[in-house]
Design a binder for this molecule. Sequence first.
Ligand code: HMG
Ligand code: MG
Length: 306
Amino acid sequence: MALPKSVRIVEVGPRDGLQNEKQLVPADIKVELIGRLADAGLMAVEATSFVSPKWVPQMGDNAEVLTRVLAARRPGVAYPVLTPNLKGFEAALAAGAEEVAVFGAASESFSQKNINCSIAESLERFRPVTEAAQQAGVRVRGYVSCVVGCPYEGAIAPAAVARVAQTLLDMGCYEISLGDTVGVGTPLAVQRMLDTVIERVPVERLAGHYHDTYGMAAANIFASLQRGVAVFDASVGGLGGCPYAAGASGNVATEDVVWLLNGLGIETGIDLDKLVDIAAWISAGLNRQAASRVARALLATRSAQA
Ligand code: HMG
Ligand code: MG
């Protein structure tokens, strides 16, 4: 199959990245981060999550962050937020959300650890969210976690992923993001999973959300491109992990994805130099180097030329 000509990248660093940081990041920094990412050409920047602050204290400033981001919004950019239930949806709506995401899993154990309910219960919680969203004219994206492997159960059957993905699609989600939450996937396993999911969900409605724990995320993106997937989630500087998946590292770094796609001649509309500046800035603020090899290499090249 020919590779897609252009790819949409959904930046998830301010949510999936920062949610895992122990040290509270000030709202000012989050708002600046989101603004800079939009300036770099990202057309979707996941801003925060409306989850319980007891479970994820880092996202406790969700309403402030979203309100401030929307006040300074860049035209045409989407700022989705995570909403696990109706309570979260109502709070997000009150803060002005125009796009939300519900998040389920293909693994029972991960569902319990992450959102404290079974897969079936989670889907019942999402139904009123999607109905209320439809009434309010809010778009809903659906996530499925643990699409290849689970930190508690090991390998996950592709059929389990397809079932949850199709249910989310039938509920009205406009896109289903398939999460390799712990980053254990390798290209063949990802393609086998996609082949099963694509039987029930059109590939145009799928996104890949790959964590880079084992360094396989770029290979998994290439494998997914070969199946026709043209939307990928990524996190600037490779920020993050998952609070309920011990040992999982961040999402694939946005810079790595842009580098890969630039090399393949696939359009993203993203300015790689600006992205590298953002990766260096936010990583320094968190007292570390950018996790991405591309950011490190480009920063080293710049300082050698200076
Ligand atoms: P629960 O305890 O089962 O919920 O939590 P509950 O309905 O029994 O409520 C308990 C308390 O939480 C009550 O407060 C509620 O008001 C409150 P209390 O009476 O004790 O003071 N509550 C809320 N507060 C704020 N916002 C809400 C909300 N809902 C209830 N929306 C719940 C269930 C889902 C809320 C909880 O388990 C939770 O917040 N979990 C956090 C999940 C999370 O954020 N995980 C990380 C994001 S998912 C991810 O990273 C994976 C992804 O990237 C894809 C991938 O990589 O695979 C998307
Ligand atoms: Mg994730």
